[in-house]
Design a protein around this ligand. Structure first.
Ligand SMILES: [Mg+2]
Ligand SMILES: [Zn+2]
Length: 192
């Protein structure tokens, strides 16, 4: 194993549509399936970690979220991609739905989801970590994990890059999308 790559879902692997609740609206972003295949083939574990506060906010139900999850997995499986882990945070501290209203440790930039995956997959501490996402919360989670951080320009990425610069936060690298992110990770792995 050369490393583990934590991938954001919405805006990074699939189109960001805002509180995705319709399984038929799952669209793989250009190059994202190919990039994921490349990373797997090169020996990287792929772990999807996604904030889905729409559940806490009442934007969609657990049944709808599960249907979107299955459509997401099926779309990538059709392209020959099987993720090693896929986990969601359904919480929000001010959610309207009481069952999910919580200041949790798993909402990014919290590291609850990746911490659990690292334990469950028995990933050694020495294993290189990467985070790819379209929001500064992805980057901040990566910094806390000691990961190399990649902000992609898809989804909210371009706007987030500008606001991050203003706030003095920066990813290790800002790239147009998953294709370039995978290339960067593979070549970075060879350098180290
Ligand atoms: Mg995103
Ligand atoms: Zn959570």
């Amino acid at each position: 194993m050369r490393g583990i790559v934590f991938l954001d879902r919405d805006g990074t692997l699939i189109e960001e549509v805002g509180y995705l609740r319709d399984p038929s609206a799952v669209r793989i972003l250009p190059g994202a399936a190919e990039a994921s295949r490349l990373l797997s083939r090169e020996g990287f574990l792929l772990a999807v970690v996604s904030n889905q506060a729409g559940l806490a906010k009442g934007k969609f139900t657990a049944v709808e979220m599960e249907a979107v999850h299955r459509a997401f997995l099926a779309a990538f499986e059709t392209e020959g991609v099987v993720f090693d882990a896929v986990e969601y945070c359904p919480h929000h501290p001010e959610g309207a739905v009481e069952a999910y209203r919580r200041a949790c440790g798993c909402r990014k930039p919290g590291t609850g989801l990746p911490d659990g995956i690292l334990r469950r997959l028995r990933v050694p501490d020495s294993c290189p970590r990467f985070v790819v996402g379209d929001k500064m919360s992805d980057v901040s989670m990566g910094v806390r994990l000691g990961a190399a951080t990649i902000l992609v320009g898809t989804g909210y990425g371009n706007a987030e890059n500008v606001s991050g610069e203003r706030a003095g936060i920066a990813p290790d690298v800002f790239l147009p999308g998953m294709r370039e992110a995978a290339g960067w990770i593979v070549s970075h792995g060879k350098d180290s």
